[in-house]
Design a binder for this molecule. Structure first.
Ligand SMILES: *[C@@H]1O[C@H](CO)[C@@H](O)[C@H](O)[C@H]1NC(C)=O
Ligand SMILES: *[C@@H]1O[C@H](CO)[C@@H](O)[C@H](O)[C@H]1NC(C)=O
Ligand SMILES: *[C@@H]1O[C@H](CO)[C@@H](O)[C@H](O)[C@H]1NC(C)=O
Length: 263
């Protein structure tokens, strides 16, 4: 089959790594009827629902028995989210990608992280249920689809973790800039309070963000949070966690060094 289009799915981690929902980006118009000029789709999204990546010393839920799939792993909810997204993509691009899988039609790349690889596999189960000849086992409504990856330290496209001295230097400059220093000084009381209560060393927006993220997921799972959190969670902590997200791409130079031509 010679297709003049390619469906590219990738799993972005960089800068989006720290919350639990996936993002889907598409450059298409909503006009389903007018797909005449559509030749290529690049879809980028995150992993599905996951467990907290880390706990904190005084966490009542600091026990993997609360998180049977392990820390930072894709949950069954996350698998369902991606299975459904795959089904949605199948419908959305039904005119672009044939139902039968062909390596000519699609290239899938994921970061080299359990939860993103598993999200890709779940997504593709929804996108390519085997049809006709491709049914290979009558007990499983699934077929293997290749998912490409590279080790994180070599991945400058999705994980963005390939070392870059110039980026690190600029990041350090930003983190020690008057603006960021002032921000951290203004939130010193919050850092002190959360450090004392959580047992974590919280000294900047980023270290607070990790704690916020753990609490966020525990609340999502309907766990009763400790009383001390009521004073600062979610509002105050969310605002600082959001600020923390802006730092890795705070300047044009950081954006260009990390993302290259895209930005
Ligand atoms: C974790 O939970 C299991 C099951 O409830 C319990 O047996 C174990 O002692 C707990 N571990 C810690 C470190 O609290
Ligand atoms: C938490 O509780 C809400 C409301 O009962 C429910 O809809 C949701 O599924 C629960 N979350 C989880 C992860 O079980
Ligand atoms: C948390 O506060 C509630 C009421 O404000 C109280 O009933 C409960 O005992 C407190 N829990 C802990 C662990 O201190």
């Amino acid at each position: 089959m010679s297709a003049n289009f390619l469906f590219f799915i990738s799993f972005g981690m960089i800068l989006l790594e720290r919350t639990s929902r996936y993002f889907f980006v598409s450059c298409l118009t909503e006009d389903q009827a007018n797909l005449g000029s559509l030749v290529f789709v690049s879809a980028l999204y995150r992993h599905g629902d996951r467990t907290p990546v880390t706990s904190y010393p005084t966490d009542p839920y600091n026990n993997v028995s609360y998180w049977p799939v392990g820390w930072g792993q894709l949950t069954n909810i996350g698998k369902c989210q991606h299975y459904e997204l795959g089904q949605w993509l199948r419908q959305r691009y039904s005119k672009l990608i044939p139902e039968a899988y062909s390596p000519e039609d699609i290239y899938v790349r994921s970061t080299d992280v359990d939860r993103t690889l598993m999200s890709a596999a779940s997504n593709l189960a929804g996108l390519y249920p085997p049809e006709g000849d491709q049914k290979w086992n009558r007990n499983i409504d699934w077929q293997p689809i290749p998912i490409h990856t590279v080790p994180e330290k070599m991945d400058e496209i999705l994980a963005g973790k390939r070392p870059c001295a110039q980026y690190e230097a600029e990041l350090l400059r930003v983190k020690t800039s008057p603006e960021v220093r002032r921000y951290n000084e203004e939130h010193a009381d919050l850092y002190r309070y959360t450090s004392e209560q959580s047992g974590n060393k919280i000294h900047d927006a980023e270290s607070l963000e990790f704690l916020y993220n753990t609490l966020f997921i525990e609340e999502l799972y309907n766990f009763t949070l400790p009383n001390w959190t009521k004073k600062v969670f979610p509002e105050q902590m969310m605002s600082v966690a959001s600020y923390s997200f802006t730092i890795p791409a705070k300047t044009k130079l950081l954006q260009r060094l990390k993302i290259g031509l895209v930005s």
